[in-house]
Ligand binder design. Structure first.
Ligand code: GDP
Ligand code: GDP
Ligand code: MG
Length: 380
């Protein structure tokens, strides 16, 4: 069956080279320790030469076009601005203090800036990159007004994190299986509810699998989200085998012709081997039904934990083949700078962000829009 849906555009050139993305994906997978999965299909548009057997009455290209248009979604800048208010305010308060009374960007300003970036959870390596870039820029330009430091910073952060990797999320394979991983409490279950509603709003049919069978309340909680999102859920009793629930969920998706399967898991990172074993077992069992399942391993990170989130991203990506990330709880935290460090340091795209506890508090992640929101304040 020919199934391809483009869910959103990150606002970049439409003429992206998909071959390039495929290479990126390969490079990434070669770096992984546990490369037990089939090559993921995200960002890779499969052209199936095979023609569908029936229906000469359906004008196929036309159908595909209208379908495409319907699914373009953009980040809501206002919502993001609101979520990043604390991060941005706190950052700019410090910057303003650092440049007050200053006539030029000197060593002292740069030292302060370095400290500000680090205490804003940008991370040491990314901070050093930013400072180096600003230093050489200040050296080149004759006169750099400290009052314009925000403009320079915004440009240099942009230079560091923007890339040409195609970040569009494509659901190009049906049923599209998303395995959701992450440590306890980061917001996996909540995010699954949000994602289910998001996909549904995109005209896709969704089924969720309650494979976090570890905690008593986990299944009930997911059940509640399934009701809110008005999607089907596959569950078993607490303590049952997560792989078995995953199998049932995918089986049901296939039987009922669903577009997307989202599987909740228990987050147990304290033991890497256990985590790897559990996820590879789930994958192996899913692959009995669909050879390239899961299509995606989505890592959920709690943005309000700052550098902890960064560390988790590193550890998870070493232990499993994480293909995308969602950063939650960016509302009400001043630690949103961590997103800059994650975007710079890890080769895994952030696809979504969580901006609150309600079902619609989800935004598509777009680096440009994020940087705009981060710099919503001005020095003058
Ligand atoms: P899980 O253990 O990873 O499944 O996490 P849960 O989905 O149970 O969420 C843990 C807590 O984080 C809950 O109280 C959620 O309401 C809260 N939460 C999840 N996402 C967000 C978010 O984007 N913003 C805020 N403020 N809270 C969130
Ligand atoms: P284990 O070694 O008994 O844990 O079993 P597997 O690793 O083969 O699969 C784990 C679980 O997935 C099983 O207990 C089943 O619930 C489910 N499962 C795996 N393969 C199949 C299958 O071919 N048919 C069905 N119905 N369930 C399966
Ligand atoms: Mg949960």
């Amino acid at each position: 069956m020919n199934f391809f849906k483009k869910l959103f555009s990150s606002g970049k050139k439409a003429t992206k080279d998909h071959e390039k993305s495929e290479i990126d994906v390969n490079d990434l997978s070669q770096k992984k320790e546990a490369n037990y999965l089939e090559k993921d299909t995200i960002n890779v548009i499969k052209k199936e030469p095979k023609l569908e057997k029936k229906s000469d009455s359906e004008p196929k290209t036309e159908k595909k076009k209208s379908f495409f248009k319907k699914l373009l979604v953009k980040t809501n800048q206002n919502n993001l601005d609101k979520s990043l208010e604390k991060t941005s305010n706190s950052f700019f308060e410090k910057i303003k203090k650092a440049v007050v009374g200053k006539k030029k960007v000197d060593i002292e300003v740069l030292d302060n800036l370095e400290e500000i970036l680090i205490t804003s959870d940008v991370g040491v390596k990314t901070t050093i990159k930013i400072i180096d870039a600003i230093e050489s820029r200040v050296a080149k330009e004759k006169y750099t007004n400290p009052q314009e430091l925000d403009i320079i910073l915004k440009e240099e952060i942009g230079n560091i994190i923007f890339d040409e990797i195609n970040e569009d999320l494509n659901v190009n394979d049906k049923p599209y299986v998303i395995l959701v991983v992450g440590v306890n409490g980061v917001g996996k279950t909540t995010s699954i509810g949000k994602l289910a509603k998001f996909f549904k709003t995109q005209g896709l049919s969704v089924i969720i699998g309650a494979a976090d069978t570890f905690r008593a309340a986990a299944v009930e909680q997911l059940d509640e989200w399934a009701k809110r999102a008005e999607v089907d859920i596959i569950k078993q009793q607490m303590g049952s085998d997560p792989a078995s629930v995953s199998y049932d969920a995918l089986k049901s998706a296939i039987n009922n012709n669903k577009d997307v399967v989202i599987i909740d898991t228990a987050g147990r990172l304290h033991n890497k081997i256990n985590l790897m074993n559990e996820l590879s077992k789930i994958s192996r069992v899913l692959q009995k039904l669909k050879i390239n399942a899961p299509n995606e391993i989505l890592l959920v990170l709690d943005g309000s934990t700052g550098q902890n989130a960064f560390e988790q991203a590193k550890q998870f990506s070493e232990a499993t083949k994480v293909t995308s990330m969602m950063v939650t709880k960016l509302d009400g935290t001043a630690k949103g700078g961590v997103v800059i460090g994650i975007s710079d340091q890890l080769n895994i795209p952030i696809k979504f962000i969580g901006t609150g506890e309600s079902i619609d508090d989800i935004e598509i992640f777009d680096k440009k829009v994020f940087v705009e929101s981060f710099f919503q304040n001005k020095i003058i």
